[in-house]
Design a protein around this ligand. Structure first.
Ligand SMILES: Cc1cc2nc3c(=O)[nH]c(=O)nc-3n(C[C@H](O)[C@H](O)[C@H](O)COP(=O)(O)OP(=O)(O)OC[C@H]3O[C@@H](n4cnc5c(N)ncnc54)[C@H](O)[C@@H]3O)c2cc1C
Ligand code: SF4
Length: 509
């Protein structure tokens, strides 16, 4: 009996039980698919990283004695579509059975299920053995609530998995969440860690991708490529972060700086999302760093919350809400993206930095994604679907199950508050407080109206004025609406005019 086992590009988990033993009747199938490069326009580094990681994974399996059929994009035998490739390989090997690991993206899950209904070979789907939760567990958790809050989910996860708990089952340090201690502005001290990622020349792969006609955007940096594409490099990145950076992660987690794109962030999301790293080992390493006195509890708790809490939580929302979630647009926003999303050329210094960095590095950290680019997108009324497609394309770690709830839900409030209890918006004061972006910006962070007033300010107040009917009853927004009500009518009028002008001239800002 011959069995084909399909490994998708984000299923590069060398510790999956599939690989416990070599079996000559099992052939692992890995396919570079044109459709996977084209469902949105992707950043060049993302395409390079995924193909390089797939190729490295295939070589590692072969070295261990597994049979692997790897089909490159440029191979003559590549039929293009997933289904056509599978059909051809089933026929070629005379396979009796085809098995795959649970895809994380709804699109691929549907595609494989549909294919399975139309073939005569036996098919099966197994767990990817990656997440803390199964799809069924999270669906049950989310199905029982009208709206959800990450904090409750996270506490439940801490209890279930015994993480950062005292022997009595209480949270270590006496509280579940140390976020209030994690909000410092960074002014150069402690020094930002070096980017220790290894550099590789991936020019040959990049040229092959281009020869195959794949369209991309952003800087490829192929001759100086730094994303880890195999298990050893991913693990080295994790170890380096835990040893040298984690102790500072918490305090400066929300800080931004024009000269330091990465600050104290881990840069492990690509390795995690392609499953080269397992979230359990990451969480265990962080907890161990606290238990041995290497890193303080607020830093470790803050880091673990991102992985055990947010990462599993957004996945739950994705699987309980798809396919409809992608189309939600609770605030009825329809404006197209300004052109500078593709160039970074805007006079708003915060956005110029965050967008430019996204285009050069395929990376921006959480607060740049949420409180700079996402904040501006929401305040100026950009279509959440257009914003979603940009985020899904630009970031190295963007896979729909994690990107969509973060972008459409958390950042754009497109789901009307299922994920976030209030819109994540701010005026310039937050950006000024948490970064050095406002220094040297053309716009004045402390002015609301006038030609040189920071666009965030008028847009911020106008956002609430425009959405009073939808958001006015939100208890977390009481102060904002009170401040709005206390404003003089002329001030409100001037804000509305300035915001209206800005929304009509987004390309010129
Ligand atoms: C609008 C928006 C879009 C985002 N899109 C993605 C995406 O496509 N893919 C993605 O992995 N993350 C996404 N995030 C979450 C977060 O920004 C990235 O995980 C993080 O910036 C990755 O960099 P890092 O590895 O240095 O993370 P660190 O800051 O060092 O955090 C450690 C890890 O925690 C996890 N994590 C942190 N925050 C989140 C979160 N909100 N949701 C899920 N996991 C989280 C990631 O695995 C990350 O690697 C998005 C956030 C926002 C606001
Ligand atoms: S002044 Fe406004 S636009 Fe300029 S950097 Fe500050 S927040 Fe951004």
């Amino acid at each position: 009996m011959t069995e084909l086992r399909l490994i998708l590009g984000d299923q590069l988990n060398p510790h999956h039980s599939w690989f416990d033993a070599c079996n000559p009747n099992v052939i692992y199938v890995m396919l570079e698919l044109r459709a996977e490069t084209a469902y949105v326009l992707h950043h060049a580094q993302k395409v390079i990283a995924i193909f390089a990681a797939m190729r490295a994974f295939s070589s590692a399996l072969k070295e261990k004695g597994h049979r692997v059929r790897y089909v490159r994009l440029s191979d003559g035998s590549n039929r293009g579509a997933l289904e056509d490739n599978l059909n051809a390989l089933v026929a070629h090997y005379g396979a009796d059975r085809v098995v795959w690991q649970e895809p994380d993206e709804w699109r691929l899950d549907m595609q494989l299920q549909a294919w399975a209904r139309n073939v005569s070979v036996e098919t099966a789907c197994v767990s990817s053995e990656h997440f803390f939760t199964t799809r069924e567990q999270v669906s049950a958790f989310f199905a029982s609530r009208k709206s959800w809050r990450m904090e409750y989910f996270y506490r439940e996860m801490r209890r279930q998995h015994g993480i950062l708990l005292t022997p009595e089952g209480e949270p270590e340090g006496g509280k579940w969440n140390f976020d209030a201690e994690n909000r410092k502005r960074w002014s150069g001290e402690p020094p930002a860690p070096e980017d220790t990622r290894l550099r590789h020349d991936r020019t040959a792969l990049w040229e092959e991708i281009q020869r195959c006609g794949v369209s991309t955007f952003g800087e490829p940096q192929a001759d100086n490529f730094r994303w880890p594409v195999d298990r050893a490099e991913a693990k080295a990145r994790l170890d380096d972060f835990i040893t040298h950076v984690l102790p500072q992660f918490g305090a400066w987690q929300d800080a931004m700086h024009a000269e330091e794109p990465f600050l104290f962030h881990s840069l492990i999301s690509f390795a995690l999302n392609t499953k080269m790293l397992n979230p359990r080992e990451v969480v265990a390493a962080a907890e161990q760093a606290w238990r041995t006195g290497h890193a303080p509890l607020p830093a470790v708790e803050g880091f673990i919350r991102q992985i055990l809490g947010w990462r599993e939580y957004v996945r739950g929302i994705y699987w309980s809400q798809m396919p409809g979630y992608r189309e939600l647009n609770a605030l009825d926003h329809h404006a197209p993206l300004p052109d500078w999303f593709w160039t970074g050329k805007t006079q708003m210094r915060c956005l110029a930095h965050a967008v430019e960095q996204s285009l050069t590095e395929a990376y921006a950290h959480h607060i740049q994604r949420l409180m700079v680019i996402g904040n501006f997108s929401l305040l100026s009324g950009l279509s959440p679907q257009a914003v979603h497609e940009w985020y899904l394309g630009v970031y190295i770690d963007a896979f729909e199950w994690v990107e969509l709830p973060n972008t459409l839900g958390m950042s754009q409030f497109g789901d009307g508050g299922l994920l976030a209890s209030k819109p994540y918006v701010s005026s310039a004061s937050y950006i000024h407080k948490m970064s050095n972006y406002c220094q040297g910006c053309r716009y004045q962070y402390n002015q609301r109206t006038g030609e040189l007033a920071c666009p965030f300010n008028a847009l911020y107040w106008d956002f609430f004025a425009r959405n009073q009917a939808r958001l006015g009853n939100n208890p977390r927004l009481g102060i904002v609406f009170k401040q709005l009500a206390d404003m003089k009518e002329e001030e409100r009028q001037a804000i509305a005019e300035r915001a209206g002008y800005i929304r009509l001239h987004l390309n010129d800002l």
